[in-house]
Design a protein around this ligand. Structure first.
Ligand SMILES: [Zn+2]
Length: 349
């Protein structure tokens, strides 16, 4: 089923930023707002969404009829109670979403947790996954996550959490890096993809290689390479920086300054080795035609995806899919709200 409409509200409600768009069912955007998410009270995030949507609507000479609202919010989302459950970076046990939106915008709604679940719908409807039945969206950002469409159907899972690919194990060796997630006994799990390829992980790996002789599993950097990374951080911040201010992007920017294949490229490819195992697991698990990659790490896609494409057949048994950077940019999650509303029609409020 696919419903067409002239105007609907699409929302990306994440722990860091909130994006609200007005678009038609073809994914053409008329109006857009992006702001840092207001987390000052349990009502604040959705109150802000309503304010931003009103601002978007004020841009029209005549207030348009709104078909409904499609929301892709940070998970876990409780579909029974209609709100966001306790999640890292939002300090409330429950943030109501459906009820306040129902009052503000009577119409249809489709609300789901998981930014990648929304994004994969946008990629399949409006992005590089158009016309394809088997599409995986991977975000490489602060963490790593995925949204999966197989045989034209989006995978949901028992808890609505299918596609948690960032926690695929890519390193089972004794020196495997610790992930942010914890096992029931409270210990951090080890060797997950997110502990290698996410922005957080790349920054940590770079810092420890810059600070000491090199963290386990990665080559230590020569002094001149360490200096180059730190000077790149200085340039970005426009002041003297400390080692703990080094971000993932500094490694990639510094690597481009090195002639030929320098030690920084070697470190990047050490990380890319684990990225490739992650992409290979995605390939063999879902047999996608295309894997579309987004998130802040794709600012440096040239230094990541090329290696992954080249080396994927060393790890994956199935036909290598196309692996490409998203052409929808960071608004693909809000567009996902629109795509889901069009695809599923939405629940009548
Ligand atoms: Zn993990």
């Amino acid at each position: 089923m696919s419903v067409s409409f002239r105007h609907a509200i699409g929302v990306d409600l994440s722990a860091t930023n909130t994006t609200v768009i007005i678009a038609n069912s073809m994914g053409e955007i008329d109006s857009e707002r992006k702001r840092e998410t207001d987390k000052s009270s349990i009502e604040a995030p959705v109150k802000q969404v309503i304010e931003m949507a009103e601002e978007c609507l004020d841009e029209f000479p005549v207030r348009p009829d709104i078909y409904g609202i499609g929301v892709s919010c940070i998970g876990p989302y409780d579909t029974e109670r209609g709100g966001i459950l306790r999640t890292p970076n939002i300090d409330f046990d429950f943030v109501p979403v459906r009820e306040p939106l129902r009052q503000a915008f009577p119409g249809r709604n489709f609300i789901r947790g998981g930014d990648c679940f929304g994004a994969v719908h946008a990629e399949a409807e409006y992005g590089l996954g158009q016309g394809k039945e088997n599409v995986v969206y991977v975000t490489m950002s602060t963490g790593i996550g995925g949204g999966v469409i197989v045989d034209g159907k989006a995978l949901v899972g028992m808890d609505g959490d299918a596609g948690h690919i960032g926690h695929f194990t890519v390193d089972s060796s004794p020196h495997a890096r610790k992930c942010g997630c914890r096992s029931p006994n409270g210990k951090k799990r080890k060797g997950h993809w997110e502990a290698y390829g996410s922005g957080t992980a790349v920054a940590e790996i770079t810092r420890s290689n810059t600070f000491g002789p090199g963290c386990v599993g990665f080559p230590g950097l020569p002094v001149e390479s360490k200096r180059l990374v730190l000077s790149t951080t200085h340039e970005r911040l426009n002041r003297d920086a400390e080692i703990d201010e080094i971000m993932a992007e500094d490694l990639y920017v510094a690597a481009r300054k090195q002639m030929d294949y320098g030690p920084l490229r070697c470190l990047i490819d050490g990380i890319n080795f684990y990225n490739t195992i992650g992409f290979a697991a995605v390939t063999d698990a879902y047999n996608p035609e295309i894997i579309i990659v987004g998130g802040s790490m794709m600012e440096d896609d040239d230094l990541i995806l090329h290696y992954v494409r080249e080396n994927l057949p060393n790890h994956a048994i199935l036909t290598p899919p196309e692996i490409v950077k998203t052409n929808l940019g960071s608004r693909n999650v809000a567009l996902g709200g629109i795509a889901m509303l069009s695809r599923y029609g939405g629940e009548k409020l």
